[in-house]
Design a protein around this ligand. Structure first.
Ligand SMILES: Cc1cc2nc3c(=O)[nH]c(=O)nc-3n(C[C@H](O)[C@H](O)[C@H](O)COP(=O)(O)OP(=O)(O)OC[C@H]3O[C@@H](n4cnc5c(N)ncnc54)[C@H](O)[C@@H]3O)c2cc1C
Length: 427
C-alpha cells in the first residue's frame, strides 16, 4: 500500500530518531529487525483485509510534514462499517486472525491464565494455568510464547520498574483496557525461570489523553496555579511529561474566539502531531469542544477572569500569565520558554475556552530481554530454551520513551515479531 501511494520511510533517519528518542538504550538489533521485517508482516495483514472486504487506509495528516515532530507515513488503519459509519476497527484484525487460526486447527482456551512456567532442567516445556476446575498443566509441543502484555495494571511492579508512571496508576489514570488484564504475569513468570530485565526504568507510553483529547501546541497552557510551565509546541510525549509535573498531573489549554484560524496557520507553519492536528474541520472540532463543556471538563467564558473562575484558577494570576503570553505573541518572542515564533498564537479575544488536559498511562511497552528471534535471555545473556516473548512482555525495542515518530509502532511491533516468530516456529 505504501508503494501504491508513493510513500516511503527513510529507514536511516527513522532508526536514528528511534534510537535517540529511546535515549540510545534500545537494542538496536531489534530496531533493525522491526524496520526490516514489518513490511512483510503488514502485507500479510493487508492480504487478510482484502480477503475480508475491509477498507484499509494509510495515515495521512499534518504530522507527516510537521517540523515539531515529523511522523513517518507508514501506519495502516483498517476501517469497518460500524453503526452505519466507516470507522477504525482494530477488533476486525484480531477476529480474522482467530478465524484463520481456528480454520487451521488452533484451539483457543479462555479464562485460564498461565500462572507458572514448567521446566525440564533449564528448558521451558510448558505452563500451568488456573482454571475453574483447578490447575491444568499444558505441555508445549515446540515452545512457550509469552504474549501477556504489560505491567501497567500492577502498581507494585510499576513502582519498581517504571516509577515515573506510578502516580498515574495510583490515581486511576491507567487507560489500558480491559482493566485488570495487564498485571505483568509474563514478566513475573519469566523472572521466576531466570529471565533478565533490561536496564531500568522500563519505558512508558504516556499521552495527554485524560479529560480533553485536544492540546494544540500553538496555544498557551496553564497549570492549576494559573502559570505557564513549558513550551507547549513540543511533541506529544514531551507535552505529557511536562503536564505530569503539575498539580493533579493536569493543566488547562486556553483558546480564544479566533483559535481555529490561528490553528490552521500553526499547521501550515509545521505544527502537528497527535492531539495537535486532526481538528481541521471547524464544525467537528467545535462539536467535540461542546461535548467536553457538557462533560464539565472544558469551560467557556466571555472574559479571562470569568474563565479563570470557572476553572477554579486565581483570576489575577491567570490574567497576568495571559497578558505576559499575549505580549510575547505581539513581540514575536517567548522570553519564558522560547516557543518558536510561528507557533506562538495568542488567546486574547473572547469568548475564551479552557480545556482540561491531563496525563494518562497507556502501557509500559517493555519487559524481558530477548534476542532478535524473540527468545527470552537469561541473566548471563544466553537463551532460555523453549521460551519466547512478543508484544509488551518483550523488552528493549523501546527504552526511555515511546518513539511516536513511527505511528502505530506498538501494534506494529506486536504484529511484526509475532508474525516472524510464527514463521520461525512453523519451520
Ligand atoms: C487507549 C490506548 C490506545 C492505544 N493506541 C495505540 C495506537 O494508536 N497505536 C499503537 O501502536 N499502539 C497503541 N496502544 C498500545 C497498544 O495497544 C499495546 O501496546 C498493545 O496492544 C500491546 O499488545 P500486547 O499483545 O503486548 O498486550 P495486550 O494487548 O495487553 O494483550 C495481552 C493479553 O494477554 C492476556 N494475559 C495477561 N496475563 C495472562 C496470563 N497470565 N495468562 C494468559 N493470558 C494473559 C491479557 O488478557 C491480554 O488479552 C494503545 C494502548 C491504549 C491503552
Amino acid at each position: 500500500m505504501m508503494e501504491q501511494q508513493d510513500s516511503t520511510v527513510d529507514k536511516a533517519f527513522a532508526q536514528e530518531e528511534w534510537n535517540r528518542t529511546c535515549g540510545n538504550r534500545a537494542n538496536e538489533k531489534l530496531v533493525t529487525k522491526f524496520m526490516d521485517a514489518s513490511p512483510d508482516a503488514i502485507n500479510w495483514v493487508l492480504d487478510k483485509a482484502d480477503a475480508n472486504g475491509a477498507l484499509t487506509v494509510l495515515s495521512g495528516n499534518h504530522a507527516i510534514k510537521s517540523k515539531t515532530y515529523p511522523e513517518a507515513q507508514c501506519a495502516h488503519m483498517v476501517l469497518s462499517m460500524i453503526d452505519g459509519v466507516m470507522q477504525p476497527d482494530i477488533n476486525a484484525v484480531g477476529n480474522w486472525m482467530r478465524a484463520d487460526a481456528e480454520a487451521r486447527g488452533t484451539e483457543f482456551i479462555f479464562s485460564s491464565p498461565a500462572v507458572q512456567l514448567v521446566q525440564d532442567g533449564a528448558k521451558v516445556v510448558g505452563a500451568i494455568c488456573e482454571t475453574e476446575e483447578g490447575y491444568v498443566r499444558y505441555s508445549a509441543s515446540k515452545a512457550v510464547v509469552l504474549a501477556t502484555g504489560d505491567i501497567g495494571g500492577n502498581l507494585d511492579m510499576v513502582e519498581a520498574y517504571a516509577p515515573i508512571a506510578a502516580p498515574l496508576v495510583e490515581n486511576g489514570r491507567n487507560i489500558y483496557f480491559p482493566i485488570g488484564a495487564n498485571t505483568g504475569d509474563g514478566l513475573k513468570m519469566g523472572l521466576w525461570v531466570g529471565a533478565q530485565l533490561p536496564n531500568l526504568p522500563l519505558p512508558t507510553m504516556m499521552h495527554p489523553q485524560q479529560y480533553c483529547q485536544m492540546s494544540p501546541g500553538c496555544f498557551p497552557a496553564v497549570n492549576y496555579e494559573g502559570e505557564r510551565f513549558f513550551n507547549e509546541g513540543i511533541w506529544m510525549q514531551g507535552r505529557t511529561l511536562n503536564i505530569m509535573k503539575q498539580t493533579d498531573y493536569s493543566c488547562y489549554w486556553i483558546l480564544d474566539s479566533n483559535w481555529h484560524d490561528y490553528y490552521l496557520e500553526s499547521l501550515e507553519a509545521g505544527g502537528g502531531g497527535v492531539f495537535w492536528d486532526g481538528f481541521e474541520d471547524k464544525d467537528a472540532a467545535m462539536g467535540q469542544i461542546q461535548g467536553y463543556i457538557d462533560s464539565k471538563i472544558a469551560w467557556q467564558a466571555d472574559t479571562l477572569e470569568d474563565l479563570a473562575t470557572a476553572m477554579d484558577v486565581d483570576p489575577a494570576t491567570f490574567r497576568g500569565t495571559m497578558d505576559r503570553y499575549n505580549g510575547f505573541c505581539a513581540a514575536g518572542e517567548d522570553a519564558d520558554f522560547r516557543k518558536p515564533v510561528e507557533q506562538l498564537k495568542p488567546a486574547k479575544d473572547g469568548p475564551f475556552i479552557g480545556l482540561k488536559v491531563g496525563a494518562s498511562l497507556l502501557t509500559v511497552p517493555g519487559s524481558l530481554k530477548v534476542n532478535v528471534d524473540s527468545q527470552v535471555l537469561n541473566k548471563d545473556g544466553g537463551v532460555i530454551e523453549g521460551l519466547y516473548a512478543v508484544g509488551n512482555v518483550q523488552g528493549e525495542l523501546f527504552a526511555n520513551d515511546y518513539p511516536l515518530y513511527i505511528v502505530g509502532c506498538s501494534h506494529g511491533r506486536c504484529m511484526t515479531f509475532g508474525y516472524e516468530l510464527g514463521k520461525y516456529l512453523k519451520a
